[in-house]
Design a protein around this ligand. Structure first.
Ligand SMILES: Nc1ncnc2c1ncn2[C@@H]1O[C@H](COP(=O)(O)OP(=O)(O)OP(=O)(O)O)[C@@H](O)[C@H]1O
Length: 701
């Protein structure tokens, strides 16, 4: 539904006029501030003006209100002291929400933004969403609600008169959302009213008018700079979680797309802002399992003002921590550990076996060569490994013992190059110029597996400490269900006694069977009293997608179904006799889609890198097609051809699963979770394509 400007209801026209006038006032006020001097000076002026307003209020306020006003003045003063690096609000997008309250001081308009600014003479108040007490009113109450909030020592009561989300793009108002009323400016400059209802509450909204067999619902037809800022959209439950005291460990649980990453990163922003001295950015860290999510997290942190916080993948973090801890310039790593060996080395059963052997493992041995030797003894000790397998309750097969011993023997063998020391180097090259070791088991000699690093750090800690690895004041672990207990142990030691951390996770998205459960995760980190929040609303996926995702999970769905208010296009199922036909069909559909919707973000999520490569050949010559197998997503419009292991935590307008076959996704718990992850990356429309034998997980769909 859309109305041209002239046909807008009177109420809508009044809202647009009011918001335009407000923005005009803000921009004029900012321009005046800018002209009065450099922005730093003006920020000072803004805060000084704010202080002046508070002081004026204090002069006439009842005695009972004074503590509250003094509290606010103190905070403004603290801001003044630390505002050496803060600037005026960005005139391109100075705020993202408008709140009008009728309270003890009469009617007041507040604008929520990322940098505070006040101009009393122009009646302009931009407040920082992280800091201003009144921001709580915005996040906790709806339009027309009466509110009661403690600001410092004072109970403030009033009514929320206006609560609107706005998008300002390059200094121009482009979107207003007031309850279910959504108004958007067209590229031609007129205003139209978009469909009402919960579907329009997400970025871009979603259409349901899809022709059968056609991919695309119009989301990528034009550029989307004008989408609502998620900071403005945090729901009351999410804001509550963001506001949990910094020294309280917080576990954020929820189904795919419920906003766990959003909450964890906003909490980080709030903690950094509230107490910069205690929580400097340089000593906070975000650790995630995959490169793609690391890149996305960096992109999300930048607008929150946290570009200095380091975001690392588990592997790069462990490699760096090990190098620092052991004072080693480089550690020769083998990144292609056989899957079964990797599974054993990350399994909770190994942690239990280590615990049982700690008496033997505990010693003053702390150097890398010594600990490496100790680890090699463990991984060639069949009796010990059989114990691990039996502790895994059938999760690890007995063949894991042989594989681990064989792999370890090759790693501890003397590298061929050392054995052949003194021999003419030219004679040690093969005909194609490679070294004698490459591509042979000898290449393994002298290497460690990536999975060994947390184990070595664990062992090193038993001997005393972790050496020079820097302490952390707060850490965000995202997709925590994929961290091994050894990794968690090391993180716990780096956090020290304070244990200030945010753990985001969803047990239904574990990609291996090594998840030991949330109590074990907390215990390993040394946390006894975590606050827990379980996010209830699925924001990313429309209803047809969440419903299919639940069905695919089957008995693996361990929690209640999330609420999902958003309708959307039905899931498209397409089956072909053979793979070549399926690929051709998808290729054509993508070409057609990208012609109609050049700004769409699409993922073709295959079950494995080989399958991704196979499909990519079909579209390789298209400028919009990218093969992404190492998490190197660009987040640009176009098609990313990738595999399930790359996409955790990410989202795309359109998702195509090209190989929903019985081979790729058999009736197996791990396959259920993997298919569920691929499915839930969808923001707007999902296609499931299969050839030959269809996956049994889709039976009845
Ligand atoms: N309150 C909200 N209103 C509207 N959109 C929201 C809200 N909270 C989060 N979102 C959006 O929902 C999407 C999913 O959020 P996010 O990635 O944080 O979820 P997640 O739980 O971490 O997902 P996953 O389990 O897949 O990692 C994002 O596009 C985010 O901007």
């Amino acid at each position: 539904m859309s109305n041209p400007d002239g046909e807008l209801p009177t109420e809508a026209k009044a809202i647009i006029a009011e918001e335009e006038a407000l923005l005009g006032r803000v921009l004029a006020s900012l321009e005046a501030a800018r002209q009065r001097g450099d922005s730093r000076h003006q920020e000072t002026q803004g805060l000084v003006a704010q202080l002046q307003v508070l002081r004026d209020e204090a002069a006439t306020a009842p005695v009972a209100d004074l503590p509250h006003l003094l509290h606010q003045m103190n905070q403004a003063r603290a801001l003044l002291e630390r505002q050496g690096t803060t600037l005026l609000p960005d005139a391109n997008a100075p705020y993202f929400a408008h709140l009008r309250v009728e309270g003890p001081a009469g009617i007041r308009d507040y604008l929520l933004g990322r940098t505070s600014f006040a101009d009393a003479s122009a009646d302009v108040r931009i407040i920082d969403w992280r800091f201003a007490p009144v921001a709580r009113v915005f996040y906790r109450y709806g339009e027309g609600d009466s509110y009661e909030e403690w600001f410092g020592e004072r109970l403030s009561e009033g009514t929320v008169e206006v609560r609107r989300l706005v998008v300002i793009d390059r200094g121009r108002l482009t979107r207003i959302q007031s309850g279910t009323l959504v108004l958007a400016r067209t590229p031609e400059g007129s205003w139209r009213q978009l469909g009402s209802g919960p579907s329009s509450q997400l970025a871009g909204g979603s259409g349901t008018a899809v022709r059968p067999g056609q991919l695309g619902v119009g989301e990528g037809a034009s550029r989307r700079e004008g989408s609502l800022d998620v900071t403005a959209m945090l729901d009351a439950e999410q804001f509550e979680a963001v506001s949990v005291a910094a020294d309280q460990p917080l576990l954020v649980l929820g189904s795919a797309g419920s906003g766990k990453t959003t909450v964890a990163l906003h909490r980080l922003a709030k903690i950094a802002f509230d107490d910069r001295a205690r929580y400097p950015e340089s000593r906070m860290k975000v650790i995630v399992p995959e490169e793609g999510l690391a890149r996305l997290s960096r992109r999300l942190l930048a607008p929150l003002g946290l570009d200095k916080v380091s975001v690392e993948t588990l592997d790069s973090w462990a490699a760096m921590a090990a190098r620092i801890s052991f004072g080693a310039k480089a550690i020769k790593l083998w990144e292609d550990t056989p899957p079964l060996v990797a599974k054993l080395k990350r399994h909770p059963a190994l942690r239990l076996s280590f615990a049982a052997r700690l008496g033997v493992l505990k010693s003053s041995v702390t150097t890398l060569p010594q600990l490496r030797k100790r680890l090699a003894e463990v991984f060639t000790d069949r009796r010990f490994l059989e114990g691990v397998v039996s502790r895994s309750n059938g999760d690890l097969p007995l063949t894991a013992v042989d594989e681990t011993v064989r792999h370890t023997m090759l790693q501890i063998a003397t590298p061929l190059s050392r054995e052949l020391e003194g021999v003419d180097p030219e004679r040690l090259e093969t005909l194609d110029g490679k070294s004698l070791e490459s591509d042979t088991p000898d290449a393994l000699a002298g290497t460690l597996d990536l999975e060994d690093l947390p184990l070595l750090l664990f062992l090193r800690f038993q001997g005393g400490n972790l050496g020079a690895v820097g302490r952390l004041v707060h850490v965000v672990l995202d997709e925590t269900e994929d961290f091994s207990l050894f990794e968690l142990f090391v993180v716990g030691k780096l956090l020290g006694e304070a244990r200030s951390c945010t753990l985001a996770g969803d047990e239904m998205q574990q990609t291996s069977t090594s998840f030991a459960g949330w109590p074990a995760v907390l215990a390993e980190l040394g946390i006894r009293d975590a606050a827990t929040c379980r996010l209830q609303v699925s924001y990313r996926c429309p209803r047809p997608v969440t419903e299919l995702a639940r069905k695919v999970l089957g008995t693996q769905a361990t929690t209640a179904a999330p609420q999902t208010g958003r309708e959307g296009a039905p899931v498209g199922f397409h089956h072909f006799p053979d793979e070549a036909q399926a690929h051709l069909f998808i290729g054509e559909a993508l070409r057609d889609l990208l012609e109609r919707e050049p700004h769409a973000s699409v993922a073709v999520i295959a079950s494995s890198p080989d399958q991704a490569r196979a499909f990519h050949r079909v579209v390789a010559d298209m400028s919009w097609a990218r093969l992404v197998l190492e998490g190197d997503f660009s987040f640009e419009p176009g098609v990313d051809v990738t595999d399930v292991d790359n996409v955790k935590g990410l989202e795309f307008d359109y998702v195509v699963i090209p190989d929903a076959t019985a081979r790729a996704y058999p009736a197996h718990d791990e396959a259920r979770r993997r298919l569920h992850i691929a499915i839930t990356r969808t923001s707007h429309q999902l296609w499931i394509v299969s050839a030959e034998v269809r996956s049994p997980l889709l039976a009845g769909s």
